[in-house]
Design a protein around this ligand. Structure first.
Ligand code: HEC
Length: 196
């Protein structure tokens, strides 16, 4: 397409056969452009000179703080409810629990719960109490001095409930390979041993 060389918008200079077309920009575009300049000046003064608002990093910190508060509240609520918790029997929950167990717990408690570094979870000898809530509480708080990890910082409350419910189903399991013998543990009194 050839350009009419008499076009009044065409400027007279020419470089390598290319001539400049002095096309007027639409008004709305020009105003938008002015607006961005004004906006940047206001932005600069507000955020960097007066420091009146939080920058991205500050906003991130604020949101993290809110998130931490929500998390702490949810964790506190779960922790307060541990004594009255009941093991879940829902197959989907137990399935999630089994997956968590296989991934995180089996290395120390053996795939079938028979015990390795950690104690046997299938016998009736419990170091920290045989009630379901004792189990949840040990998983939640861990026993750092004895090598049992504090899982509340890694697992969510419902994941802890799921894995605790799963290992609850291992109680009394008949193991193909004998499990770890009781270590300095007194057997749970029959009345509080839930699987008996
Ligand atoms: C790094 C090894 C390790 C891992 C991983 C581990 N445990 Fe333990 N666990 C232990 C040890 C060691 C003990 C014994 C603590 C003691 O002697 O007080 C224990 C104790 C326990 C007890 C209490 C047993 C009792 O007799 O009272 C439960 C319940 C338990 N673990 C569940 C879990 C679950 C669930 C997981 C996975 C989320 C897990 N453990 C992962 C090492 C581990």
């Amino acid at each position: 397409m050839s350009i009419d060389s008499k076009d009044p918008l065409l400027l007279d200079h020419e470089y390598d056969g290319i001539r400049e077309l002095d096309n007027k920009l639409p008004r709305w575009w020009v105003w938008l452009f002015y607006f961005t300049i004004i906006f940047s000046a206001v932005y600069l003064v507000y955020f960097h000179v007066m420091r009146a608002g939080p920058l991205q990093a500050g906003e991130y910190d604020n949101e993290m703080k809110i998130g931490d508060q929500l998390k702490a509240a949810a964790m506190g609520k779960f922790e307060a409810g541990i004594p009255t918790l009941q093991p879940a029997t829902d197959a989907a929950v137990l399935d999630v629990g089994q997956q968590t167990y296989a991934k995180l717990c089996a290395p120390c408690h053996r795939a079938d719960g028979g015990g390795l570094v950690g104690p046997n979870l299938t016998d009736s000898y419990w170091i920290h109490g045989s009630n379901y809530s004792d189990t949840v509480s040990v998983i939640w708080n861990g026993v750092p001095a004895k090598g049992m990890i504090t899982w509340k910082s890694t697992l969510k409350p419902d994941e802890i409930q799921a894995v605790a419910s799963y290992i609850y189903t291992l109680r009394g399991a008949k193991l193909a390979t004998p499990g770890k013998p009781p270590e300095n543990q007194t057997p749970a009194p029959a009345a509080t041993t839930s699987f008996e």
